[in-house]
Structures are given as C-alpha cells and as structure tokens.
Design a protein around this ligand. Structure first.
Ligand code: NAD
Ligand code: MG
Length: 299
C-alpha cells in the first residue's frame, strides 16, 4: 500500500483503507499475504516508530503474516529486537519480516516450528532468549480458525486442533518464558471479537478465543506479583491470510461490512495497541483485553 499517507496523518478512518466488496479469493492454510487482493498493510511503509520500546527483546508468534507481522515490524521501529515464530511453510514471509527488522538496525531471530508440540514451545523460547540475550515481551498471537457450519459436522479432531494451536501455547510459552521475564516485562495475547460475540460457524474457534481473554485475566493476577503485566487485544475482522484460508468466498466479498466503521481492519491498525501494552506507558493496565474492532461492541 505504498503512497498511503502515514498512519499519523489525520484523515477519515472510514475511508483510510479498502472497503468491501473484496474480490473473491480462497487459499490453503496457513496462507500467503502475497496472494491477497487487495494487498494488506502491515506497516511496511506506513508505520512510524517513536522509540517507545528502546532495547526491548520481544518474541512474537505468528510473526510472518497478518497481525503478528505488523506487530514485529512496529516493535522493531520502536527500538526492539524481535524473535519471529511461524510455521515452517511460512519461511519466505518470515524472512521478509526479518529483513525489515534488520533495516531498522535491530536483531531478528527466525524460529520456524509447529506450536502444537510442547517441545517446540520450549525450543522457541530457549532460542529467542539465546538469540536476543534475554526476553522482555512475549506476544502469543499465532492461531488457527477452522469453520464448521453445523453441529452435525462436529469432529473431535477439529476441537483438539484448535485447542492445541490456540490454547496450550498460552501455558507452554508462558511457563518456558517466565524464568527469563523480569519486572517490567509484558505478555500480550490475541483474543478476538469472536471470544465475546461469536459467529454461528465459529464455535470451536470462538470458545478458544473466549478462553484466551479469560486466561489473560487469570494469568495477569498471578504474574503481576512478579511485576509482569499480562494483557490482550481482541481484533475485529482484519484483512489477513486467515480469512481467505478459512472463510468461504461469499463472506470474503462482504468482509468487514458488518462493522460500524464499514470496512475490514488492516494489520497495521492493530500494531499500536500491541506497542502500548508492551511499553511502560501502560504500567497500570493489567489483565485487560483491548478491543480493536471498528466499533463492534465486545460487551
Ligand atoms: P495469520 O494467518 O496471518 O496469522 C496466524 C499465524 O498463526 C500464522 O501466520 C502462523 O504463523 C501461526 N500459526 C497458526 N497455527 C500455528 C501452529 N500450529 N504453530 C505455529 N504457528 C501457527 O492471521 P491473523 O489474522 O494475523 O492471525 C493472528 C491472530 O489474530 C490469530 O490468533 C487470530 O485468531 C487472531 N484474530 C484474527 C482476526 C482476523 O480477522 N484476521 C480477528 C480476530 C483475531
Ligand atoms: Mg502466516
């Protein structure tokens, strides 16, 4: 999205980014940002940093594409070194993010692996700590979103997969990271509007996202005793590969039209919430999940 005014130029947010209809398009999961039309904005040219995370060391999961990619780029522009976790088949997209981080003069660590395995979570944290020389920020953002239209089609393996990918890593990554996190550190989760206002065909996903917001509140109360803050972000409909990978074409065409703002969000529009929650400026925000939903109420 080259040529867009940068995100700090005051402008009408309803027309700042593409509005539906979107061209019909489908992908195989986990999906590729380069096959999306229109191209999503992850802040590659639009995110401007203000030094809000000087010298911080961050691990971001799902960092190759979508929201995680925007967070990784923003963190580097704010002065952080970033370790990137992603699935092995996303190597090319992750390397692009690493190149952007290195352009900022920051360190990027590439950590491919499937987080459905406990041992991968331990390895990802160990390699992030080793490569960055410590850890201050853990963003647990990776997720999967199968759609199942009817309870008649429910399969145990679908729910196992969703819980294994979306819930277990909360515990595994946090347990592995916590010995390295000092007072002032921050853990940030990605929940969803679906965790509060579920769609009928996303029951398996929505229950996991409600679980993430709930875990965020519980773990915040545990870890604040160590000076570590845990918070979350609940995105509305965001233009990422998750959508063409899991959502049928008739919903892609109208994607984002159900929001009061009238359009899908772009990944870059999530980044400032993750920067705020990672930085010391949110020192009194604990156990909160911030909605970035284009006006869709979460309560
Ligand atoms: P995305 O596909 O770009 O990112 C999801 C990432 O999760 C993938 O890139 C992949 O690297 C990672 N991932 C998935 N399964 C994994 C596994 N088993 N092991 C390791 N990594 C795995 O899409 P996104 O929309 O940016 O998704 C990021 C988060 O945002 C997810 O948790 C998603 O549920 C959440 N979310 C997205 C939307 C939306 O509309 N796009 C809305 C609300 C919440
Ligand atoms: Mg991806």
């Amino acid at each position: 999205m080259a040529g867009m005014p940068n995100m700090y130029t005051p402008q009408d947010p309803t027309t700042q980014f593409p509005r539906p209809p979107f061209p019909p398009q489908q992908q195989k999961g986990p999906g590729d940002i380069h096959k999306m039309d229109p191209a999503p904005d992850h802040g590659e040219t639009s995110y401007v940093g203000f030094g809000r995370l000087p010298g911080r060391k961050a691990l971001v999961t799902g960092a190759d594409s979508g929201i995680g990619r925007a967070v990784a780029i923003a963190y580097a522009r704010e002065g952080a070194d970033v370790a990137l976790s992603y699935l092995p088949e996303e190597q090319g997209q992750a390397e692009e993010v690493a190149t952007l981080i290195e352009k900022e003069g920051r360190v990027a660590i590439l950590l491919p692996g499937d987080l459905q395995e406990e041992s991968t979570n331990n390895e990802v944290v160990a390699k992030a700590v080793e490569g960055l020389g410590g850890l201050d920020i853990l963003v647990i953002n990776a997720g999967t979103m199968p759609t199942v239209d009817s309870i008649d089609d429910f399969e145990t393996k679908t729910l196992d997969h969703v819980v294994q990918a979306n819930i277990y890593p909360l515990f595994w990554l946090t347990k592995a990271a916590s010995p390295h996190l000092k007072p002032g550190a921050s853990i940030i989760t990605t929940s969803s509007i679906q965790g509060f206002v579920p769609s009928p065909s996303l029951a398996e996903y929505a229950v996991s996202k409600a679980g993430i917001a709930n875990w965020t509140r519980a773990m915040a109360q545990q870890l604040i005793e160590r000076g570590i803050r845990v918070n979350g972000v609940a995105p509305g409909p965001i233009w990422t590969p998750l959508q063409p990978a899991f959502v049928p074409n008739e919903k892609i065409e109208e994607f984002g039209s159900q929001t009061p703002i009238g359009r899908a969000g772009q990944p870059v529009e999530l980044a400032p919430a993750f920067v705020f929650l990672a930085s010391q400026e949110s020192s009194y925000v604990v156990g909160e999940t911030i909605a970035v939903t284009g006006g869709m109420p979460t309560h």
